[in-house]
Design a protein around this ligand. Structure first.
Ligand code: F6R
Length: 272
């Protein structure tokens, strides 16, 4: 797990956009896994800006969102379909080729979940999954107690998640109690994962996810088992990490190592 600690939310969004754009330039038909919530809004804003400036083209990409509330019609202002249209899809000059979000009103719940997994498989799996993290360590809507091998399925939201998400609704009673989410096992199959966390209220979940035991009590801790995870954290979200100085040193070492190798290569070319 790479821990990248940056000064603020703006920088976090820029670095996340760099990773997405680099992938899209190398693989224009990439399959992206997307998240909703407050945290990725800066990333989406940055992607829209770069797309409009012609730095990146998303029109060959396919996207799969992590989750959707059950029971809200797509056009409801708080549905995740609506969120994605408002913050990303609807603002791009050219939309992604296909944008999948779990259905909010499926005829058959289990069949809809199975079909979502099948769609991901048909597209060759997710190249890059963007994640936020809940205060209770959830990823997607995999709340504490979700099994680490879980797949796309209907879930109930924990009271703390309902309370956190109430800020988007006029009252907590309006927050849907149920959702469909990709499972932890589904998320772990993505080839690369970028988790974004900003603010002091995420610091405990981040510390548990990075340095705590791998346990269903902190679903994000499952990411410790994944070979290609980057966590981009602002100062506040990173503030409780016990090994923070070491993670910083590792990141500095990466750039120093790159410079040393580059210099050595130049010397070899000159000598030959
Ligand atoms: C959203 C999602 C959630 C959020 C998490 C953090 O699709 O899957 O796991 O990433 O609840 O939300 P914010 O960013 O609003 O703090």
């Amino acid at each position: 797990m790479r821990i990248v600690c940056v000064e603020d939310y703006r920088r976090l969004s820029v670095i996340a956009a760099d990773i997405v754009v680099e992938l899209m330039q190398a693989k224009p038909d990439a399959v992206l896994g997307l998240a909703t919530g407050s945290t990725p809004i800066g990333l989406y804003r940055e992607l829209v800006r770069r797309e409009r400036e012609g730095q990146v083209d998303c029109s060959h990409a396919t996207t799969f969102n992590l989750d959707e509330y059950l029971g809200l019609p797509e056009e409801h202002p708080q549905s995740y379909r609506h969120f994605m249209e408002e913050h990303l899809f609807g603002r791009l000059r050219r939309r992604p080729r296909k944008t999948y979000i779990p259905p909010s009103l499926p005829d058959d719940l289990d069949e809809a979940c199975r079909a979502y997994e099948e769609r991901i498989r048909e597209h060759g799996g997710i190249d890059l999954q963007i994640l936020g993290i809940g205060r209770n360590g959830h990823i997607g809507f995999n709340e504490p107690g979700s099994s680490l091998g879980s797949r796309t399925r209907p879930v109930a939201l924990r009271p703390e998640t309902i309370a956190d998400n109430a800020r988007f609704f006029s009252s907590p009673e309006e927050v849907p109690r149920y959702a469909i989410t990709m499972g932890i096992g589904t998320i772990l199959e993505a080839r690369q994962i970028v988790l974004l966390a900003s603010g002091l209220n995420k610091s405990e979940a981040v510390q548990q996810a990075v340095e705590g035991p791998i346990t269903c009590q902190c679903p994000a801790s499952a990411l410790q088992m994944h070979p290609n995870v980057v966590m981009i954290l602002d100062e506040e979200a990173a503030s409780r990490l016990e090994n923070l100085d070491y993670y910083r040193e590792l990141e500095e070492a990466r750039s120093r190592m790159a410079a040393i190798l580059e210099e050595a290569r130049r010397r070899t070319v000159r000598a030959s």
